[in-house]
Design a binder for this molecule. Sequence first.
Ligand code: ARG
Length: 463
Amino acid sequence: MSNNDTTSQVWGGRFTEPTDAFVQAFTASVGFDQRLYRYDIMGSIAHAQMLAKVGVLTDAEYQDIAAGLRALEREIESGDFTWSVALEDVHMNIEARLTERIGIAGKKLHTGRSRNDQVATDMRLYVREEIDAVIGQLRALRNALLDLAEQEADTVMPGFTHLQVAQPVTFGHHLLAWHEMLVRDTARFSDCRKRVNIMPLGAAALAGTTYPIDRHYTAQLLGFDGVAENSLDAVSDRDFIIEFCAAAATTQMHLSRFSEELILWASQQFQFVDIGDRFCTGSSIMPQKKNPDVPELVRGKTGRAFGNLIALLTLMKGQPLAYNKDNQEDKEPLFDSVDTLRGCLRVFTDMVPALRVNRERMLQATLQGFSTATDLADYLVRKGAAFRDAHEIVGKAVRYGVEQGRDLSALTLEELQRVGAMITQDVFDVLTPQGSVAARNHIGGTAPQQVRAAIVRARKLAG
Ligand code: ARG
């Protein structure tokens, strides 16, 4: 990046002294907004095409501008472009270089627009593209979860409430709970996209422009669904970024919960899953360690996503209409939320299929926590007991089991009959974890049959 002569700024006409060197660096955004160059060029070409259509530019001028901008795009991509802090931001860097390349036509590009509607347009084009990429990544992760759920549809594990063993569930069912969260996350991004895909261009600085612009034409060229209805709102609104970051924060929150479970399950105490070695690291001092770094980092990075959302909400809350320079601060939190989310989704999508499931440990854990106590109570109700009495009887059976160090399913019929005389041999059908899960056979229930049906429905919906 170069520091050009400060008196040569494009808006320098009304100034009598150059910008303070530190102020120049302080106010510049080119260090981070150069990331928008593709959208800036795309928006400029469409704007110039529209200006030619309405007769503000000649066709030849438009052709020069479009060719010049395309050449510039290649220059940027090859790394030959020199970004200048003196030129403040991505918009003025590109415009100045264009004029350097094509002369007077370059100076006409900015007719009928302002950086205020330009940057709002760039940001919307950028967010739109990122939404599409995130939705694609979410689909890939959902598919990975569906594949694993299918494989583990019959695998029994303890279901928890308060992190205490509650009732048996199938691991497939547990994975589908994560899948559901990601289905809602996907819907949030799709919904957000509707409000993102509205074009601010034409609002100019804040009040619109005196040129005979055709906003619908530009919108059509850029693939926008519509044009912003109010010029003041168009240049100042950043709701679409807040919405995106809120959806990103929610998805991160889900990935963080998911991470927390993986970390617990990979621990020596649980040993439910083994996270592939390539997603873990060792310790520099303890040779036995294999640390679940990837889920830990995803959990940790979730803090950024929350922070970025709060930063943006706070950025907006004090702003009078219309554009204020405050809005330049919308970029870094947004970019960080995008990079964080996309990285986390990518690593999760690689990690999920590599999980090794320890079915035996899951089953043993299910047999340890009296997880079928509710099943025994339900059984007694079917045999004629009132639920409260059944609850009492099962409580006694559990106390006996605790004393004996044996699960309910490991007690003999005779032992069970001592607490509940109506118990017969068929009790063992419900006392096993497999019997317990199979009995919860309704939509939304944990039975293997329901897990398989839910996978079929999910795959059909995903198309
Ligand atoms: N770099 C600015 C931003 O990111 C572009 C718009 C500047 N507009 C202005 N009137 N200074 O918001």
